[in-house]
Design a protein around this ligand. Structure first.
Ligand code: TXA
Ligand code: MG
Length: 345
């Protein structure tokens, strides 16, 4: 989908006026504002209902922007930017003086990425060409364009449904190709210590390791839980309003049958074919049995099932392999956030 120049011009004018613009990235839709303008950034928090201590990612047109927003940029950051940008990798670096507290939640670091969606890149480049925002800085702060704790949007319509009235312009770039949020890698531990993987995503630890020669330390879930550093790392996140539960493949037929017997409406999300009698659930969605295709459609499917007036969304557990790590992470958090529990029992 080619960007429409009139939409781009309007988007740039809104950003420069300190207003919000929602835009597609290759991962999920973002809710953007001039990252150098604290008043504009505060509108993001208000629209999302997000606590002010949760930091935002600053989106850049190219890796040259790193030096505007970060200081003491280590070599491995340049190597990773070269290898993966534009793309679904966010680097956490020491912040420069240009970064307002409103963006970082007062932390000494900042999250940066160059998104790969053509419309996002066209917007960021047009913004830079037009002189950028406050102080001539060219960064767009953008979290996922959903209400805090809810499912990230992967289509323009999702943003309209959830935030419509609060956002003056939503750029429509179709469905997001990756479908789950970027990998977040913390490069602040410093020389001699491996970077830390704060959120798994399409860019895997192995891919990162092959570029910088050291595997990132995977921050265990329990260390991460509740830490305001990364709201996407809270145990409860990305959640539908309907309670959701993860269930093993072996137990799924039995769980669906017993829910049906007790008269409860059950919506099922799976990735293999079950027998017709099992699939006679209230609502049923089967996603591709490989992680990329599954991740691409996951959030749209969860939104759909959330709107079927089911009492419970039952999700078939995904394989416990590296390829599925990011998807499984989102499913566990969604189950926890929904109040349905992540129990496989
Ligand atoms: O794919 C994505 O990353 C999408 C698109 C729009 O770029 N953005 C996104 O933003 O998922 P958000 O705000 O929903 O999640 C970003 C995560 C949050 O968990 C935030 O806490 C973390 O990045 N983050 C941002 N700056 C950070 C920092 N300085 N240190 C640690 N975590 C940070
Ligand atoms: Mg988010």
């Amino acid at each position: 989908m080619l960007p429409d120049q009139a939409d781009l011009d309007r988007a740039v004018a809104l950003l420069q006026a300190g207003e919000l613009v929602a835009f597609p990235t290759e991962t999920v839709y973002g809710l953007g504002a001039d990252a150098a303008n604290p008043a504009a950034v505060s509108k993001i928090f208000a629209a999302k209902g997000r606590p002010p201590d949760h930091p935002l990612i600053v989106h850049l047109a190219c890796d040259g922007g790193l030096e505007q927003w970060a200081r003491d940029v280590p070599n491995n950051a340049w190597e990773l930017a070269e290898a993966f940008w534009p793309g679904p990798l966010t680097l956490i670096l020491k912040r420069s003086d240009a970064v307002p507290d409103a963006v970082t939640g007062g932390q000494d670091s900042v999250g940066l990425r160059v998104p790969a969606h053509p419309l996002a890149l066209a917007l960021l480049r047009a913004y830079a060409l037009a002189g950028g925002g406050v102080a001539g800085l060219c960064g767009v702060a953008a979290p996922s364009a959903n209400r805090f704790g809810r499912i990230s949007p992967t289509e323009a319509g999702h943003v309209r449904d959830e935030l419509g009235a609060a956002v003056p312009l939503i750029l429509d770039g179709g469905r997001c190709e990756v479908g789950i949020e970027s990998t977040i890698l913390d490069l602040t531990p410093g020389a001699g210590r491996p970077p830390r993987l704060l959120r798994p995503g399409r860019v895997t630890p192995e891919q990162i390791g092959s570029v910088i020669g050291v595997l990132p330390e995977i921050v265990p879930r329990r260390m991460n839980d509740g830490a305001p550093r990364a709201s996407g790392s809270l145990a409860a996140h990305y959640a539908p309003a309907t309670p959701m539960r993860l269930v093993t493949t072996a137990r799924l037929p039995e769980v669906v049958a017993s829910l049906r017997q007790t008269g409860r409406r059950c919506a099922v999300l799976c990735h293999v074919r079950f027998s017709d009698d099992v699939e006679a659930a209230h609502a049923w969605r089967r996603l591709p049995a490989e992680a990329r295709g599954y991740g691409r459609s996951l959030y749209a499917a969860l939104r759909e099932l959330d709107q079927t007036a089911a009492d419970l969304i039952v999700v078939q557990e995904t394989p416990d392999t590296p390829a599925w790590a990011a998807v499984t992470d989102r499913l566990r958090r969604a189950a926890t956030g929904s109040g349905g529990g992540s129990s496989t029992a």
